[in-house]
Ligand binder design. Structure first.
Ligand SMILES: [Fe+2]
Ligand SMILES: [Fe+2]
Length: 202
């Protein structure tokens, strides 16, 4: 079989669905590679800043790496704005959805909420924007982590003169994370909090 014969899903056979599952597994294997290409596409999004969205993403990840953060944090920092391409109004949730099966719950939560937390830095300049939007998350277990994520890595990473590491440097970390067993409880570790900073690198 090189393709199924049904034209409506309800008419598919067991053999056809098993065949499709094989294709799906093969497709899934290349998620990391597709995400790395999507990051390159970020280079074209959102003009007006001194650096591109790809540059911002790489700089966020570089700062995370230099801070001694673990792989989950670094990959979360690298991908936190990947939703800008297709989901400009909920780019944070979009990125979190991609990360959710493969990184610690703590990191997914911070990526999902980072848009609200970032308002602290510019909301007061814009009509109708609430700089304290993050307050709706007050009391959440990862509130302080998200505040630190934004302060150290996100809002700080728009510097064209910063010594940012290239995408190739982070590619093996992205490969490692997306090769994990999805929703592995040993990875998700609900409630676990790892520090954003450890032994400084580089
Ligand atoms: Fe963002
Ligand atoms: Fe960002």
């Amino acid at each position: 079989m090189d393709r199924v014969s049904f034209t409506q899903m309800k008419d598919g056979t067991k053999e056809e669905y098993e065949f499709l599952t094989e294709h799906e597994i093969d497709h899934t294997r290349h998620t990391a590679r597709r995400l790395l290409s999507a990051l390159v596409d970020l280079d074209k999004s959102l003009s007006g800043y001194q650096i591109t969205r790809l540059g911002h993403s790489l700089q966020s990840a570089t700062r995370a790496w230099r801070d001694g953060a673990d792989t989950d944090w670094i990959v979360a920092a690298l991908l936190h704005d990947i939703g800008d391409i297709y989901a400009p109004y909920n780019h944070d949730e979009y990125a979190a959805t991609i990360l959710k099966p493969f990184v610690r719950e703590q990191c997914t939560w911070c990526v999902a909420a980072h848009g609200d937390f970032q308002m602290l830095y510019y909301g007061h300049h814009l009509d109708g924007a609430d700089p304290n939007k993050r307050e709706r998350h007050r009391g959440a277990p990862y509130f302080d982590d998200c505040a630190e994520f934004c302060e150290r890595w996100d809002q700080a990473s728009f510097d064209p003169d910063y010594d940012t590491l290239p995408l190739e440097f982070f590619a093996p970390m992205v490969e490692e994370v997306f090769a994990r067993q999805p929703y592995d409880p040993a990875v998700i570790r609900p409630g676990a909090r790892e520090p954003l900073t450890g032994t400084p690198r580089g």
